[in-house]
Design a protein around this ligand. Structure first.
Ligand code: NAI
Length: 301
């Protein structure tokens, strides 16, 4: 099954280096026209210049591809809208959005400033919201769209010192869940990628031997599958060092305990059964979970 991106237009945010650069190069090598976005700031989000995005766009053009550069900050909706217009004016459409831009402001929660918490949410979550919002009308009109959120194992499972980052990364999974539902009838598929790679983001955080195994290019196949015509939707793919897994937000079979005065004590007693993982499922939407609960209560009558 060839993954061909000829005729497609892609925007990759934060593509001036690290994973985003690999995503942009791979999409372009497979035929996509790519708008390479990067604010060009430091790992903590300070500073900025278009030169990082321009260098990757130049690299694509030098290899015979088509690319444009944008230095827009994903935190600035006006700048993001202008970036999307830039792609549309040049190429007439936007088929693929890879929300990849990100920063770190790691500290234990006790020492973390609220300003650092807000900034990290602003870049990861609102940055992705801005980009999705700006491409959404185009994608619904053309009845085709592929959006990839960059989540993280820090969001899915937690990581010491990353309360802000983890919260932002799990929020992107929440954004995916609803955009996938709303986009389905318009041919828009929305997925999440949870990468592990040696980039400046992981410099100093992982031992050298581990970093060597984590070539960012090894994550790219997961992005290509999630951005392809054959893409699934509402899928969370984890990728690192050539290994791939899928993460799920599941629901256990649980138990019906009722609403009697001793419900708290009964729940405490049967917690193991409520949390038992045999037969767990992934509801198709949030309301399905509520409907299941109501159906169970009605069965008791
Ligand atoms: P990186 O620091 O090399 O790449 C992030 C890029 O985003 C940088 O080039 C930066 O200039 C850009 N950026 C930051 N703020 C921006 C803004 N406001 N507007 C536009 N661009 C902005 O790090 P890496 O590792 O390549 O990260 C890419 C994505 O993957 C991030 O979302 C990160 O959180 C995520 N990720 C990375 C993991 C890893 O192991 N490297 C693990 C899990 C997630």
């Amino acid at each position: 099954m060839g993954l061909d991106f000829k005729g497609r237009v892609a925007i990759v945010t934060g593509a001036g280096g690290g994973l985003g650069r690999q995503h942009a190069l791979a999409l372009a090598a497979r035929g996509a026209r790519v708008l390479v976005n990067d604010l060009g700031g430091a790992r903590d989000g300070s500073g900025g210049s278009t030169s990082a995005a321009q260098a990757v766009a130049d690299e694509i053009v030098a290899a015979g591809g088509q690319a444009l550069a944008s230095g827009a900050s994903v935190t600035d909706y006006e700048a993001v809208s202008a970036m999307v217009r830039q792609a549309v004016e040049a190429w007439g459409r936007v088929d693929i959005l890879v929300n990849n831009a990100g920063i770190l402001r790691d500290k234990t929660f006790a020492k973390m400033d609220l300003a650092d918490f807000r900034l990290v949410l602003d870049v990861h979550l609102m940055g992705a919201v801005h980009c999705c919002k700006a491409v959404w009308p185009l994608m619904t009109e053309q009845k085709y769209g592929r959006i990839v959120m960059t989540s993280s194992s820090s969001g899915l499972y937690g990581n010491f010192g990353q309360a802000n980052y983890g919260a932002a990364k799990m929020a992107l999974v929440g954004l995916m869940q609803t955009l996938a539902l709303e986009g389905a009838k318009h041919g828009i598929r929305v997925n999440s990628l949870a990468p592990t790679a040696a980039t400046r983001m992981t410099e100093g955080l992982l031992p050298e031997q581990v970093l060597q195994a984590l070539d960012p290019a090894a994550v790219v196949p997961a992005m290509l599958v999630l951005a392809s015509e054959q893409a699934p939707t509402r899928t969370i793919l984890c990728a690192g060092a050539g290994a791939f897994e899928s993460a799920h937000v599941t629901l256990t079979q649980g138990a019906w305990i009722g609403t009697g005065p001793d419900a708290p004590e009964q729940l405490a007693e049967r917690l193991e059964q409520v949390c038992a993982r045999e037969g767990e499922t992934v509801p198709q939407s949030g309301s399905e979970q509520g409907q299941r609960e109501v159906a169970r209560a009605l069965q008791q009558r």
